[in-house]
Design a binder for this molecule. Structure first.
Ligand code: SF4
Length: 332
């Protein structure tokens, strides 16, 4: 049996039933691909459903205010993705039907463009994500393949006369469920007869792991009349809301600017893709007018900060009890 037949036969029997399987609508495929960029499949499913229930078409997304889009995305993390989707909906009347044009859209890399072009429009183009990279590196025993080389290998495998979207998904599925990063299930692999890296899979591809650097920050939770002081965040959390977040050494200046004497409450650790955040949380009563964080799009980090700070401030008599659990978040 040829390599392509072996993989497709395996895929037909073993593909996980995911809500976007067999989908042909480019917009829905795009939403699933964008979600899956940084979210695991099991986690992505409820967000996929929720997002499409609220924004079933590109037009619906275009007509919605960004704040609402971010609110619906809340919890899925990496909000830049939602912002990019929204921007894309403003930029085009409808999604183009080919890889070359899709790739030019704001926020779409070659992988996402290839996934949409092959799955929605049947274009013969290879989609190389992290899973496919690993499968190809092992299959062809390449230690450190460049993106160009990987793309060429993947293009060379695209089967004639088969749906390229199904083929791309089959390779990804193999990487996600069989050719696993740390423990590939080689004896059960449909490609074992073709794999040059089998037995030596640890070498392919060479790990490129670096320890994510740690950033030390402080968060200031101020309780005024009616709630917490919230501001629009900038930088990596741009467009979302939260309490002031800044480098630890700026605490004294910030406290002075608000005219408060904050006390240390807790520490929150938060992992991003390329950074670990260590956030010291401080709190104080404040003279100004605050607001209820419910109803505002907050990044996960801010849910953690408020989840820790408000019960402690409630305990100190600063915050009235019903506000101690924003979003029903329990202190962690
Ligand atoms: S035989 Fe093993 S290393 Fe090779 S593709 Fe299959 S699971 Fe991956």
């Amino acid at each position: 049996m040829r390599l392509q037949e072996a993989l497709l036969a395996w895929y037909r029997k073993n593909a996980r039933p995911l809500p976007w399987r067999g989908e042909k609508d480019p917009y829905r495929i795009l939403v699933s691909e964008v979600l899956l960029q940084q979210t695991r499949v099991a986690q992505a499913i409820p967000y996929y459903r929720r997002f499409l229930a609220r924004f079933p078409t590109l037009e619906a997304l275009r007509d919605a205010p960004l704040e609402e889009v971010l609110k619906v995305w809340q919890g899925a993390g990496y909000y830049r993705r939602a912002e990019n989707l929204h921007r894309l909906a403003q930029a085009v009347e409808r999604l183009p039907r080919c890889f070359a044009e899709l790739k030019r859209l704001p926020g779409l890399g070659p992988y996402t463009a290839a996934a949409v072009a092959s799955m929605a429009f049947g274009e013969r183009v290879a989609a190389v994500d992290g899973n496919v990279r690993r499968v190809l590196a092992r299959l062809f025993a390449r230690e450190n393949p460049s993106p160009k080389e990987l793309f060429a290998l993947a293009e060379g495998l695209l089967p004639e006369g088969e749906d390229p979207g199904v083929w791309n998904q089959a390779l990804m599925e193999l990487g996600a469920t069989v050719c696993l990063p740390r423990k590939p299930l080689c004896p059960a692999c449909p490609l074992k007869a073709f794999c040059q890296g089998q037995g030596n899979w640890e070498r392919y591809p060479r790990p490129r792991r670096r320890e994510a650097p740690e950033e030390r920050l402080a968060a200031l939770v101020l309780w005024g009349a009616g709630g917490v002081y919230l501001e629009r965040l900038s930088g990596r959390f741009r467009g979302l809301y939260g309490v002031p977040l800044f480098p630890e050494e700026e605490l004294a200046d910030r406290a002075k600017a608000f005219g408060v004497a904050p006390r240390y409450l807790a520490e929150v650790l938060h992992a991003l893709t390329h950074r670990r955040l260590r956030v010291k949380v401080y709190g104080a009563p404040w003279e100004g007018v605050g607001e209820d964080p419910k109803g505002k799009p907050l990044p996960k980090l801010m849910e953690k900060v408020l989840g820790k700070a408000l019960p402690l401030l409630a305990h100190a008599g600063v915050v009235p009890f019903p506000h101690a659990k924003p979003h029903g978040v329990e202190p962690r």
